[in-house]
Design a protein around this ligand. Structure first.
Ligand code: ZN
Ligand code: ZN
Length: 362
């Protein structure tokens, strides 16, 4: 019995860690949530599980080291306002209105309920939580493990003034010990302004849950951000849906959209966009520059790890869409956004020297 539990536990941890095929999307209820309209039938879900655990292609993980630009607190403090740094997966640091804001912070070595199993990250974060400057707000999109990491939230607690989250996720943060008066909980289309930056929760077509019994108990969302003249969109996780057009009409245009392109598969496209849909969503949102996120850090699907970048660039070129692909830790200045390098090319050939992993201790 013990052996069986030992064998199954890593599988369960992996299943809970990913926000894709492990979930029973067919059971998503309630028309008030833009929930997936389709779900894989039971037989094909079983096939997905089988493929996920036993038929993963080697190309889903980089063979060489991902280039990471290390960041120090002094660099961040000296950087101009209206700066954005991608730190990994969907973890983005923003400097707006002279303060720092952090989305979906995951600094732990694995995206998983436990740290001895589940998807292991490809690269160390460019900066540790200790080294980060004070954070005005940590902003969470939903409760999946690759977006809401308990250890990171706990480590950030002492240097973060506010936590902004969708309804129900805020309750979880309070249950974890964050003072309730520091937690802003918002339903879709509700906004809050903190230190001159307005955060509006907007719909996504996704789902939620951290275990086997809490599916869709907490809300999931994307964030429309307004800081002075600047407007940004943090898309979190979503299938492609007509809500992007509505958001664009109501809250766009956006100087920069940060949209998921990664962890996709035609079999679960209801909850994660294919890269071509990411480009379409960006256009629906009336975005000027697109920064693909939700890739390059964790292995959560079957596609080659670098494929999201190539497919987004190809679709974007066909549509005349501007794409920025910063390295992890590289600054994007909103006043003069640059395309950036195709840093993922050559990683598998070992073109970048392997840097020692230095994971944040959280
Ligand atoms: Zn998710
Ligand atoms: Zn995700």
């Amino acid at each position: 019995m013990k052996t069986r539990i030992r064998l199954l536990s890593p599988l369960l941890a992996s299943a809970l860690a990913a926000c894709n095929p492990s979930s029973d999307t067919a059971s998503v209820p309630a028309s008030t949530h833009a929930a997936p309209q389709e779900g894989a039938p039971p037989a094909s879900r079983l096939g997905l599980w089988w493929d996920f655990f036993f038929n993963k292609p080697a190309s889903t993980v980089p063979r060489g080291a991902i280039p990471v630009q290390p960041l120090r607190r002094a660099d961040l403090e000296a950087a101009p306002d209206n700066s954005v740094w991608r730190l990994g997966h969907s973890t983005v640091l923003l400097k707006l209105q002279g303060r720092f804001w952090l989305t979906d912070p995951v600094f732990s070595p694995r995206s998983s309920p436990v740290q001895w199993a589940g998807p292991k990250r490809f690269h160390a974060p460019p900066i540790t939580i200790d080294e980060l400057p004070p954070i005005e707000a940590v902003v969470i999109s939903h409760d999946h493990y690759d977006h809401l990491d308990h250890a990171s939230v706990m480590a950030l607690r002492s240097k973060t003034a506010h936590f902004i989250a969708p309804t129900g996720v805020g309750d979880l943060l309070v249950a974890w010990g964050i003072a309730a008066d520091r937690v802003h909980q918002l339903a879709w289309w509700q906004g809050t302004t903190v230190s001159g930056v307005e955060w509006t929760a907007v719909p996504t077509q996704h789902f939620s849950g951290r275990g086997l019994t809490d599916t869709n108990r907490r809300l999931w969302c994307a964030w429309a951000i307004r800081a002075g003249e600047r407007r940004l969109f943090f898309g979190a996780d979503s299938g492609y849906f007509d809500g992007f057009r509505t958001i664009g009409e109501r809250l766009g245009p956006f100087d920069l959209t940060m949209l998921e392109a990664g962890a996709y598969d035609p079999r679960w496209s209801a909850i994660h966009m294919l890269p071509e849909q990411t480009v379409q969503a960006h256009q629906d949102l009336r975005g000027r520059w697109l920064m693909p996120i939700h890739n390059g850090t964790f292995d959560l699907a079957f596609h080659p790890w670098q494929q999201p970048f190539e497919r987004v660039l190809k679709a974007a070129a066909a549509q005349g869409v501007q794409v920025t692909t910063p390295r992890m830790g590289e600054r994007v200045g909103l006043d003069a956004i640059q395309p950036g390098e195709a840093w993922w090319r050559g990683v598998d050939a070992g073109a970048h020297p392997a840097a020692p992993h230095r994971f944040s201790r959280v």
